[in-house]
Design a protein around this ligand. Structure first.
Ligand code: GTP
Length: 494
């Protein structure tokens, strides 16, 4: 179905037709012979047409007015429906149109929002009500600045108005010199930004005050930011560290921060201070991935002092352990060490079924030695014999111990009686060859040893003491047999 032509289309057509008829009437009136007989008819038609044109013109006017009214209503409804406020000022900066949202934003200015009100009047009304907190106390200056900037900003103006409402104000000049302003409430956004800024400030303070070094890294491991603790730890100023690779500080890093982040509890690394001294640091790295960033944050804790203390403690403990199992006079093991070693080796022998042997060694007529040469020389003699015994025991792990007074005990692991006798003979020979003078000895004028040898395969349910008793019995035999010799315990020990 074709649409009817609007009145503004008919009007020129009817007007043209009317003018044509008028022309014909005038031509007839001026004596055109062909038209003369039709003159009354033409005049009547022309009059009717003129009346029709007038009626049409009136109709067209009413139609256009209704159309304009509808368009205006549509526009007003449209701008009222916007979530933002809209205000339109003419070239003289007088209010031409505005929407409901503007009144909602400034309910106390309902009276001032009249068409024709100037922008300055409206702003002054706000200032008088204290509606612009940032202008308090300097209203005139603020107004002058606001007018100067009006319609020229490229970015929206952020303004706080009453009741802590924040607005983004967009103003644009129209080609005819007017100004269209849009005010969008962004209070939630601003408050979110304020919360974010507060939490960032909080975080910054924490990072600044942290005792551990904190460093942010790009995905390659280059340092982006470092905190003061990091500067202190490595001795480099932040400016020098930014952009450098973390490997400048930490040795033997894995390929990238991604690998570091995998070790959730972190790892220990050796590191370097600027002055060259070695550090030990614990490094734990976390990945930070957001919609716009992908970085890593590392926390570096200096373990150097703790490590030094641990080393000192370990050394002190080792010394203490050594001291508690070492004979202070001779430097060989003491009785405690012998007892501990015997327990361990007894169990091992029982488990493995391997033989275990021991020598109980006694210096002959040592009382006479002391009496003759004095205790200091006696001590020296004990030291020399201990050194000789140690040199006779081939395996480093086998303990030579001072068992008490002038008695020594030697434990020989994985050694049967024959093997133990070989060692015992070596000890006798060694001391004999050393020819330590013993003028008071009734045997001969040199220090000699008596040795008791015992060996067995241990049984777990028998006490290790049995081996000592057997060696002691054998030693007794040596003494009884005239000293400077060894005797072996030939009966079954276990
Ligand atoms: N100088 C010194 N003498 C010690 C030490 N411990 C024990 N003695 C001495 O060693 C001597 C041991 O004497 P005895 O048990 O009678 O044995 P002995 O004189 O060697 O006689 P036999 O063993 O029978 O040959 C004692 O005089 C102790 O004082 C020591 O640490 N230093």
């Amino acid at each position: 179905m074709s649409r009817p032509l609007p009145p503004r289309t008919w009007l020129p057509l009817a007007l043209g037709l009317g003018l044509l008829l008028q022309l014909l009437v005038w031509l007839g009136a001026l004596g055109a012979e062909a038209l003369a007989p039709r003159l009354p008819w033409l005049a009547g038609l022309s009059l009717a047409l003129s009346l029709a044109v007038a009626a049409l013109a009136l109709f067209a006017l009413a139609y256009e007015r209704a159309r304009a009214e509808r368009a205006r209503t549509t526009l007003e409804e449209a701008i009222d429906a916007l979530p933002a406020s809209v205000e339109i000022f003419d070239a003289r900066d007088r209010l031409v149109a505005f929407n409901k949202r503007l009144v909602e934003l400034y309910p106390h200015k309902l009276r001032e929002f009249q068409r024709g009100a100037s922008f300055e009047q409206l702003v002054r009304a706000s200032l008088e009500n204290g509606g612009v907190p940032e202008a308090l106390g300097r209203e005139s200056e603020w107004l002058a600045e606001r007018k100067r900037q009006r319609g020229t900003q490229t970015a929206p103006l952020l303004q706080r108005v009453h009741d802590d409402i924040w607005l983004h104000i967009f103003e644009r000049r129209t080609p005819s010199g007017g100004i269209v302003g849009v005010r969008l409430e962004v209070s939630e956004l601003v408050r979110e930004q304020q919360r974010l800024a507060a939490s960032q400030a909080h975080l910054q303070a924490l990072i600044h005050a942290a005792g551990s070094g904190i460093v942010s890294l790009d995905t390659e491991g280059h340092m982006l930011e470092v905190n003061p603790a990091c500067e202190r730890l490595f001795g480099f100023p932040a400016a020098e560290l930014r952009g450098s690779h973390l490997s400048m500080l930490v040795n033997n890093l894995p390929a990238g921060p991604q690998d570091l982040a995998r070790a959730r509890d972190g790892q220990e690394f050796s590191a370097r201070h600027r002055d060259g001294h070695e550090l030990c640091v614990h490094l734990v790295v976390a990945e930070v991935r957001t919609a716009t960033t992908h970085i890593f944050v590392g926390m570096l804790t200096d373990l150097s002092e703790r490590k030094r203390q641990e080393l000192r403690l370990r050394q002190a403990n080792e010394l203490l352990a050594r001291q508690s199992t070492t004979d202070g006079l001779t430097g060989v093991g003491n009785r405690r060490l012998f007892d501990q070693a015997l327990q361990i080796e007894w169990q091992r022998s029982a488990r493995a079924g391997t033989p275990l042997a021991m020598l109980l060694v006694d210096i002959d007529h040592f009382k006479q030695y002391n009496d003759h040469y004095g205790h200091v020389a006696g001590d020296d003699c004990l030291r020399r014999v201990a050194t000789l015994l140690r040199s006779c025991v081939g395996r480093g792990g086998e303990p030579v111990c001072r068992y008490g007074g002038e008695e020594f005990a030697v434990l020989l692991v994985d050694t049967d009686l024959a093997g133990a006798q070989v060692v015992a003979q070596r000890c006798l020979d060694s001391v004999r060859l050393a020819a330590i003078e013993h003028a008071a000895s009734p045997l001969r004028p040199a220090v000699s040893l008596s040795i008791g040898v015992a060996a067995c395969v241990a049984q777990a349910d028998h006490p290790a003491q049995r081996l000592i008793e057997a060696a002691d019995a054998a030693l007794y035999q040596s003494k009884q047999g005239g000293r400077a010799r060894m005797s072996s315990h030939m009966q079954k020990v276990c």
